[in-house]
Write a protein that binds this ligand. Sequence first.
Ligand SMILES: Cc1cc2nc3c(=O)[nH]c(=O)nc-3n(C[C@H](O)[C@H](O)[C@H](O)COP(=O)(O)OP(=O)(O)OC[C@H]3O[C@@H](n4cnc5c(N)ncnc54)[C@H](O)[C@@H]3O)c2cc1C
Length: 483
Amino acid sequence: MSAPVAVTRGDLLRALERIAGPGAVSVAEGDLLRFSSDYTENPASRPAVVVRVTLADQVPPILRLAQAEGTPVTPVLAASNVGGLCIPTSGGIVLDLSPMNRILEVNEADRFMVIEPGVTWQQVRDYLDARHPGLRFGYSLSPPDTTVLGNCLLDGLTNLSLRWGSMSDWLTALEAVLPTGERVRTGAWAWSQPPACRGPVPGLEGLFINWQGATGVVVKAAVAVQHNPALRERCFYFGRSAAQTFRFINAVARADLCDDLAGLTWPLGKMLFGEARPTWRDPAEPAVMVFVDYSSDDDEVFAAKGRAVERIARRFRTADEPLEGPVSITNLLALEPRFIKFADWPMRLDFMVDHPGGGLTWVGTYGPTSRWPEAVPACSELMSARGFPPAVVTRAMRGGHFGVLRMVTLFNKRDPAEIDRVRTLNAEIADLAWSFGFIPYKTPRWVVDRYRHRVDPGFAALAERVKRALDPAGIMNPGRWFF
Ligand SMILES: Cc1cc2nc3c(=O)[nH]c(=O)nc-3n(C[C@H](O)[C@H](O)[C@H](O)COP(=O)(O)OP(=O)(O)OC[C@H]3O[C@@H](n4cnc5c(N)ncnc54)[C@H](O)[C@@H]3O)c2cc1C
């Protein structure tokens, strides 16, 4: 990796101040430190300067200036990607886009909204509840103050992904600034039409999705919002064996009944209740907790969905492997008020981010749900064997065509020996998940390096050519993917 680039020249800092305003450019130690690392074990690296952007019009001159100077630029929102994806590995400018946080439009009739990059999950929830209660959005498990666009550009997963796919599928148009300073509109906006659909045009938004900020800066996005049904239920099933529970989940996903269907292994429940490192489970306790969400406007359809899920559950219950449930969220809260964190969206799972060691990492993957019954127990065993709680999150996506398999590890960021153990663990888990057909998402650089030999050479060459065409000076978020 090239040596970090420092923006020490006073005239460059002054030029940035002329564009963004004096208060918006910072070389203060605290700011540089804040953007040097994230939750993960990925190596820290300091930027030379942080520029807080408030207007889309400030982005083209900043990128033109950076290009002329050959200064790296890393776009950052809440830096919560859990992959080291906005650690400025080559120093340079951190472009903090979080102040650009306006919801510019919500179109209730055609169900889309237009947002700036810094708009957060909580903002969307509050805005829709207050002004458009007939609409709902999908929410990830990430903290409420992290951003929607960051998640869409990284193709993330939310509580409505079973019905409507991963979050890049929800984008209908983007406005982006290329590293050369040129502006481009994609999807329906390319034809100057309202962004109700992506439009039958070449999918140029793909030049910004999953590129981790290496091809340009998105300054505006149109994202689908969904009808908010009158009747909604969240209930839980509790399985004793992972293999049995995932066969049940797969059967429910195929029945096309639910909005969300997710399985969490037992350590996550114990962590929610305050146990820092649960490594032992009483065999009488459930191994997997299943979230089932369904909804309808119609009483009969709603009741029928609940009955249909339960009929499927009956097929999987045996005397040896009871599948307890359904327990509605209301009843669960009456039994155990600490489940309140799972009651509504967006959720703040503070046990993941506010613990004494401070470190959070995972191997998060997408892959074939048919392999869950083998993959979840295998990954859990590996984590246990290495002395870590076998915390695994799964979620069925887009009608169950694929699913999430995410092995979560909390660790002490101040303990170098533990960081080494976490690196080894993640590499072993990634290999294991890979062997079941799962591909790491929000792909950290170490994953790219580890599987580089598996990448189709034609794909790698084309990606390089696209990158060079869009970013000839190679300034955008260096160190991502193959670049
Ligand atoms: C506890 C916890 C739980 C989580 N649960 C989930 C979950 O359930 N589902 C899920 O999908 N994710 C989850 N995440 C991951 C993450 O929070 C989300 O993906 C998040 O929404 C990313 O947003 P961000 O604002 O942090 O983006 P950032 O991390 O700041 O940025 C993401 C990437 O986009 C690039 N980028 C930023 N802005 C722009 C721009 N304007 N134009 C181009 N590129 C840009 C950055 O360089 C970076 O590569 C979780 C994270 C935590 C900490």
